[in-house]
Write a protein that binds this ligand. Sequence first.
Ligand code: NAP
Length: 255
Amino acid sequence: MFLIFGDPVSHSKSPLMHNYFFKKEGIDECYGRFCLKDGSKIIEKFKELKIKGANVTVPHKEWAYKLADEVRGIAKEIGAVNTLVKEDDKIVGYNTDAPGFLEAVKDFKFKKPLIIGAGGTAKALSLVLPKADILNRSEKRLEYFKKKGKKTFTWNEIDNFDYDLIINTTSAGLNDENLPAPTNIINKLFSNSKYAVDVIYGKETPFLKKAKEYNLKTKSGLDMLVYQGVLAMELFLGKELDREKVAKLYFEILR
Ligand SMILES: NC(=O)c1ccc[n+]([C@@H]2O[C@H](COP(=O)([O-])OP(=O)(O)OC[C@H]3O[C@@H](n4cnc5c(N)ncnc54)[C@H](OP(=O)(O)O)[C@@H]3O)[C@@H](O)[C@H]2O)c1
């Protein structure tokens, strides 16, 4: 038995994706959801429910990081865990969100990325994209990136438009029709770029609509969601999978 912890959790697509995989592969397992109010109880609940593995979503990823018996891989740098796996007597924490992003864009041949936004997703992506610069609406959240030696800009400061991959990690476009930066900035960026990725899923955002007008190759948050799920399934089963085959199943059921 596997499940996802979150609050809220009813919107999560993970049960749909993973149960479809189990069914198609003839694996006698199931994947549920658990609305956990108190994140400090996450490991206690994991043990009580006697599950083999879990995904963790908002707002409990930091609790999972703090409380897992051991944290492995990029999760240590990110400071957030989205996958918990029972391995012998230990509950081990991993992060497949940022590696899932990399897997989703593996056919994009980019050299110089620009991340728009400076929140949790931007932090995680900046760790797997060490060459990325950061553009944000306001100054405050850029401090973290400056301390890490990153090149950062606010909308007023940007003076370089030479990027081949533009990534929107803001929530602009999620519940509105906004672009993540003023139109003139996005136009200049897109006229030099080859690729655009939006981490938002469930709709075509104004950011991706515009990218298509510029004939850029695009990926949406759906791709990131699918590949974080594929990587989580590898950890749950403790073996490498044919990632493209599993991703195809996940896209099939999500669409
Ligand atoms: N596909 C996936 O698997 C996946 C995974 C994780 C997250 N996501 C999505 O990623 C998005 C961001 O999540 P997060 O946790 O990183 O958010 P967050 O920590 O709250 O950060 C939000 C960032 O967006 C900026 N922002 C918000 N509204 C804006 C607007 N109208 N125009 C320009 N900038 C704006 C903020 O700028 P200020 O600093 O100026 O406030 C901040 O930099 C959400 O839409 C979430 O659903 C998707």
